[in-house]
Design a protein around this ligand. Structure first.
Ligand SMILES: NC(=O)c1ccc[n+]([C@@H]2O[C@H](COP(=O)([O-])OP(=O)(O)OC[C@H]3O[C@@H](n4cnc5c(N)ncnc54)[C@H](O)[C@@H]3O)[C@@H](O)[C@H]2O)c1
Length: 327
């Protein structure tokens, strides 16, 4: 039986780390990516098939060649700010094209479908820690596009698909082996921007708002090491395979369960780098929630998953990666 797993977006930041985790667990990641945003150098643990998730004929070809039994669907656009300016791009690439992929999964009898969702689907928090039952109220077209895919997966489960949506909190850090890491262009994530600012590779950091209703006015986020995040995908495939015959769609938070403000994360980066991160304060970014911190009880219980690398490790790995990454 095939041990292939189709990894859409496998040439990207999280996709490359998930591919490594799959290979470490004895599975073969087949990267399916347009390379519009990802990198060929990041595809190291299995074959690369160039293709778009919206291209049904190309998907059929790749299914016929590799016969994957599982799909991890990470392909998509990821910038909240851009999604506010160009919502149609996000609805088309992230939501509409995912419908094509989900149809292909049903057509080919895929036994496990794992989707990269986001904590941003929760919107404004009504509780200190968000569990999976918290109402969904996206604040940006990016988050809306992810919520739409979750709804589509619930429909597909009624037609027999076994699916898990992993609601990631803020992925951070880099693989300990030093071969892969975050290399977005443009980079919009806090830790790499702070690292570049303190290492002199980038401009001073701009904090996006300091008038949020939080203790120090900056947004509070839950940072999860990308290697811990990758491990959750392997466990989600195992969980889906253990579900009895009929379709299912479950959501799982994948975070650390701890919140840090942007100011705290920037101060910690400066402490670890040995000098303060140069920064200024700019306006809020539309679409951002003041606080997103996960309750990860369900993922611990159901997936047997446990985050093990704290914020300091994430920052150390980010600093090491930014010093050596291809630019
Ligand atoms: N980085 C985070 O903190 C975070 C948080 C929550 C959710 N997510 C989700 O995780 C996934 C991966 O994020 P990332 O940070 O690795 O992003 P990334 O941009 O590094 O990787 C995404 C990959 O998808 C590919 N892609 C985009 N559209 C495609 C299409 N139509 N067909 C085929 N390939 C396509 C890109 O070329 C890229 O390689 C995304 O779906 C993102 O929304 C990320």
């Amino acid at each position: 039986m095939s041990d292939a797993v189709l990894v859409t977006g496998g040439a990207g930041y999280i996709g490359s780390h998930v591919s490594k985790a799959l290979a470490d667990s004895g599975l073969t990641p087949v990267c399916y990516d347009t390379l519009e945003k990802g990198h060929e150098w990041a595809v190291r643990w299995g074959p690369l098939e160039r293709g778009d998730i919206g291209d049904a004929a190309r998907l059929d070809e790749v299914f016929a060649r590799h016969k994957p039994r599982a799909i991890i669907h990470m392909a998509g656009y990821i910038e909240v700010g851009e999604s506010v300016r160009q919502p149609e791009r996000y609805m088309h690439n992230n939501a509409t094209k995912s419908v094509v992929l989900i149809d292909a999964a049903l057509r080919h009898g895929i036994e496990a479908f794992v989707f990269s969702s986001t904590c941003a689907v929760y919107g404004l928090p009504q509780t200190e820690r968000l569990d999976e039952k918290h109402p969904i109220a996206p604040l940006s077209p990016y988050a809306e596009s992810k919520a739409k895919v979750e709804v589509t997966l619930t429909g597909a489960a009624a037609r027999g698909l076994r699916a898990a949506s992993l609601r990631y909190f803020n992925a951070a850090g880099a693989d300990a082996g030093g071969e892969i890491g975050e290399a977005h262009a443009p980079e919009t994530h806090l830790l790499p921007l702070a690292a570049d600012a303190v290492l002199g590779y980038g401009p001073p950091l701009t904090l996006l708002g300091d008038d949020y209703p939080t203790p120090d006015g900056s947004c509070v986020r839950d940072y999860i090491h990308v290697t811990d995040l990758a491990d959750a995908h392997v466990r989600a495939i195992g969980w889906l395979r253990r579900q009895s015959g009929q379709g299912v769609h479950e959501t799982f938070n994948v975070g650390s369960g701890s919140g840090y403000s942007v100011r705290q994360a920037v101060a910690e980066t400066g402490r670890i780098a040995g000098k303060p991160v140069p920064h200024s304060v700019g306006p809020r970014r539309p679409g951002d929630s003041p606080r997103l911190v996960g309750d990860i009880t369900k993922s611990r219980r159901e997936l047997g998953w446990q985050p093990t690398r704290d914020l300091a490790v994430q920052i150390e790995d980010t600093l090491r990666w930014r010093r050596k990454m291809p630019r």
